[in-house]
Ligand binder design. Structure first.
Ligand SMILES: [Zn+2]
Ligand SMILES: [Zn+2]
Length: 149
């Protein structure tokens, strides 16, 4: 997933679209019982702005599948993250242009890391499991609550 600015110069083009299906080295995202669904997809456009620099615009689409952190229900969520960054020789981290090349894999890796939620919930107001009887409180109050224990 290398965007090669030199090949754009050679073709006399100032912009080019891209689309990649990406298989990161690991589907582990640091959330227990949840992982990335592969491949991750990214598409967009690279536009030359100056010698050795370019703007990348597009989106990274990734899906996380696993168990809700609170109630353990099977959950799948799609994340669509816009990217719009200037890449050049001075840029920080994955946006740095090295030898006229931009490593899109590094950009996608970072985009995923920055957008993974701290807890993975089936819905924002998931009530979780009763700590006493283990019943799923999204299905209604359990006996403990009804009996006021
Ligand atoms: Zn839940
Ligand atoms: Zn209970």
């Amino acid at each position: 997933m290398i965007l090669d600015l030199a090949s754009l110069y050679r073709k006399g083009k100032t912009e080019e679209t891209f689309y990649f299906e990406y298989y990161p080295e690991t589907a582990d995202i640091g959330i227990p019982n949840a992982e990335l669904v592969l491949p991750v997809k990214t598409e967009g456009k690279v536009t030359l702005t100056d010698k050795g620099s370019a703007v990348i615009e597009g989106e990274v689409v990734f899906t996380v599948k696993g168990c809700c952190t609170r109630c353990l229900a099977e959950t799948e969520k799609v994340f669509v993250v816009d990217i719009n960054e200037l890449c050049d020789g001075e840029a920080e981290g994955p946006y740095r242009v090295v030898n006229d090349r931009i490593d899109l894999a590094k950009i996608v890796d970072e985009t995923i890391v920055l957008n993974i939620p701290v807890s993975f919930l089936c819905r924002e107001d998931c009530k979780g499991l009763c700590p006493v009887c283990g019943e799923n409180l999204n299905d209604g109050d359990c006996k403990c609550i009804k009996e006021g224990k």
